[in-house]
Design a protein around this ligand. Sequence first.
Ligand SMILES: *Cc1c(COP(=O)(O)O)cnc(C)c1O
Length: 362
Amino acid sequence: MTVQPREGLLNIRPYKPGAAEAPGVENPVKLSSNENALGCSEKASAAFQASADQLHIYPDGGATRLREAIAKAEGLEAERIVCGAGSDELLQLLGKAYLNPGDKVVQSQYGFLVYKLVAMQSLAELVVAPETGYRTDVDAIIEAAGDDAKIVFVANPNNPTGTYIPASEITRLRDALPDETLLVLDSAYAEFVEDPDYEAGIELARTRDNVVMTRTFSKIHGLAALRLGWAYGDPSIIDVLHRVRGPFNVNLPAIEAGIAAIEDADFVRRSIAHNTQWVDYLRQQIGGLGLEVTPSVCNFVLVHFPESGDKTAPNADAYLTSQGLIVRRLEPYGLPHALRITIGKEVENRRLVEALTAFMGQ
Ligand SMILES: *Cc1c(COP(=O)(O)O)cnc(C)c1O
């Protein structure tokens, strides 16, 4: 018998990222991974390039200057921030740090897939709280958590639904959970949300010692390739994450690009404006084809297709792929009749609508 990994690990189905190729089509448009339609800040890519002559140097393991730049841009305390190789790594580290085998982890029905991976890695028990109208249901989470959940993961807004719940609901959730339950607020899309009743969770993460907020440079800052994220919370939680992270978990080019990106408020503003404009366009145009589009505050839309007949989600996906438009299938999320479509550049969005119009008219 060959060497065996820890119990349960072979049950994990590795995370499958959004497709990146359309066989037979040159230069396809990738709308499958919620990347930034505008690319990234020119200042960030210049900082990345300028780091090319320092590749032999270990990065600052504490990412001090990056944490200070984040703190300044967001009005936070640098010592309450820890950086990671993507917020994915921080979610993994939270599992590594807080979960014992058999512990209960709670997530929402269509919650981000990484939470399940985190639970399985720690042999924790995942309990899924049903959603209502593709929206996080706080009462269902409270019920699922009971008096013994160790971690509750809430993506707000959530991927792949694109919906959010207001700050008052998040506070109500925190108040109803046991003090010993860690509430993880995954705010990967926070910057895109313009609704006044939304908050990323900074206030709760500042005032409660059992709330941690995770953020990413992959979406609004367009630095998905560099793998950069951060978490903000009580010093006791941040201290634990520093203990379990790799000594140099964030690389030097990522630190340099991240500092330039978070200081480039103009790029962030332009990204938000572009997104708001084209989310509305896609929702109207696709809705006009008779398809249901879940209202989204993120840089993607969730589009629902008929469950039978020839206008199904798999058929739409096949047609779009044949036209060089790559979108996200959602079978792994239990949404086999829906597709997730990332907001692209203007020409890409128009091409998408044209192709979907042709598909629906066939
Ligand atoms: C994209 C995304 C992340 C961020 O992933 P990174 O590892 O930072 O690239 C986290 N949570 C959700 C819900 C996401 O959609």
